[in-house]
Design a protein around this ligand. Structure first.
Ligand code: HEM
Length: 449
């Protein structure tokens, strides 16, 4: 049975609509054609999958037939063969090896490091000061991930490492928007900056790894945990090159997503003052002006519900891809080896077949059910993906967002200066077009510590 297709003759018009607001265009198409469809966009045809059973088929039941494949080879020179880019057998070995480092039992340690990394940026906010919300959240989540990986071992060098990651990040983000990509060997200032940052990071990472190997009592951060991690079946450690790839991938997978979640939370709380007041009241009751503990983080159900509902409405990983590694069929439509499907949690979360009043912000949907596991929700909710590749950092991300939001609300709120002009901006993740300009409004005079 062929999939419904949005008229091929309109491919140029479709391309324009995709460029202007891809989530809205694809949602409009899904509402007309159903949740699994094809759409011509300029010279290419996209196959979109957002129906729960089809998602379960691709992501879980037939996961071995749907992998990373070759579709993402463009970013391999930078990111290598880290977990988000690999297929079995390498992926399986790495996932088994790395899983314990991300177990939620690490919560107390994570809460401490997240607070340490966040406090400086939040305490630097001045009452009445203009703030670009996304910039603030990126600064915080980058500090968090760098500290989670390397703890204090970098000393003052943390700023140089941070800067190098930022240069790489800007370069990668630019790839999505630059129409022409010059070959990397051309010595443009942009290429030179990028290559210098990669060379610096590679060298520093290697030096850190070498240093850690000789330390009797190294800090128990992600670097040490991954260095010591062994495949439980083979007892093998990962190579230095693989470790470097994983560190790079964790950096990229693990901070822009969380920064966008926090940015959308600020937007939604601004639009829903009653939800914001309830969040502030909950933080006041549970934490007051004290430093948060991991037990506190578990006692903030409204904040948790607000975060989960934000992930439903604006899933940062709004789209990801799978390539057929062998012939298969999705909802009776034959798919040839090599075909790519785009998985769109954004559509799944916005279709009336899956959610009542899907466009309404209503955190109370998540007050009784706190899981983000797609299987629990029968594949109607998958902000962290589903199946074997489900986000390895999901507990870390939710804890981080809870702690940062609670710490912000302890101090004040970000009042948006142009709340009606907010539009999504799509890149690797679902962001906000102008970064959400705001004014910081302080609640208390003595900042919490
Ligand atoms: C709100 C924040 C986050 C969101 C929405 C998110 C979302 C996702 C999604 C949807 C996937 C699956 C992609 C696919 O199946 O192709 C994924 C995978 C992954 N995420 Fe996250 N993520 C977040 C935070 C993090 C953090 C904090 C880390 C690490 C500290 C992280 C590390 C990873 C890694 C390594 C993978 C690959 C897992 C695998 O393929 O086995 N993510 N994430």
């Amino acid at each position: 049975m062929p999939l419904p297709t949005r008229a091929e003759t309109l491919t140029l018009q479709n391309a324009r609509a995709m460029a202007s607001d891809a989530p809205a265009f694809l949602l409009d198409t899904a509402r007309k054609l159903g949740p699994v469809f094809r759409v011509g966009v300029g010279p290419i045809t996209l196959t979109i999958v957002s129906e729960p059973q089809a998602l379960q088929h691709v992501l879980q039941k037939r996961a071995q037939a749907w992998g990373r494949g070759t579709a993402i080879d463009g970013i391999r020179p930078l990111l290598g063969n880290g977990l988000p880019l690999s297929d079995p057998p390498l992926w399986l070995t790495q996932r088994r090896t790395m899983q314990p480092a991300f177990h939620k039992s690490n919560g107390p340690k994570w809460v401490e490091l997240i607070q340490e990394a966040t406090i400086g940026s939040l305490n630097a906010l001045k009452p009445g000061e203009p703030v670009v919300t996304r910039r603030l959240m990126m600064l915080i989540t980058r500090d968090v991930i760098v500290r989670a990986m390397f703890s204090h071992s970098l000393g003052d060098e943390v700023h140089r490492i941070d800067e190098a990651f930022q240069v790489i990040e800007d370069f990668v983000a630019g790839l999505a928007v630059r129409p022409v990509h010059l070959p990397l060997w051309l010595p443009t200032p942009l290429h030179q900056r990028f290559k210098k940052a990669v060379t610096y990071l590679d060298a520093r990472l290697q030096a850190l790894i070498d240093e850690r190997r000789t330390q009797a009592d190294p800090p128990m951060d992600l670097l040490t945990m991954l260095l010591r991690a062994k495949d439980p079946e083979t007892g093998q450690h990962m190579s230095d090159r693989q470790l470097r790839d994983e560190v790079m991938n964790i950096f990229f997978a693990g901070h822009e997503t969380t920064a966008n979640l926090l940015t959308w939370v600020v937007y939604l709380l601004h639009q829903h003052p009653e939800a914001k007041q309830r969040a502030i009241a909950e933080v006041d009751t549970v934490v007051g002006q004290c430093a948060l503990t991991s037990e506190d983080a578990a006692k903030l159900p409204w904040l948790g519900a607000v975060l989960r509902e934000t992930l439903r409405l604006y899933p940062p990983a709004w789209l990801f891809a799978r390539q057929a590694l062998e012939d298969d069929a999705v909802q009776d439509t034959p798919m040839k080896k090599g075909e790519v499907v785009l998985v769109l949690p954004y559509l799944t979360h916005h279709l009336a077949e899956n959610w009542e009043r899907p466009d309404v912000f209503d955190p109370s949907r998540f007050l009784t059910e706190t899981s983000t596991d797609a299987a629990t929700w029968k594949y109607r909710y998958l902000p962290f993906g589903a199946g074997p590749h489900v986000c390895i950092g999901n507990h870390f991300a939710l804890l981080e967002a809870t702690v940062v939001l609670a710490m912000l609300l302890q101090r004040g709120t970000l009042e948006l200066t142009a709340p009606n002009a907010v539009k999504p901006k799509v890149g690797a993740t679902l962001g906000v077009a102008d970064g959400l300009p705001a004014i910081f409004q302080q609640r208390v005079t003595a900042a919490a510590s």
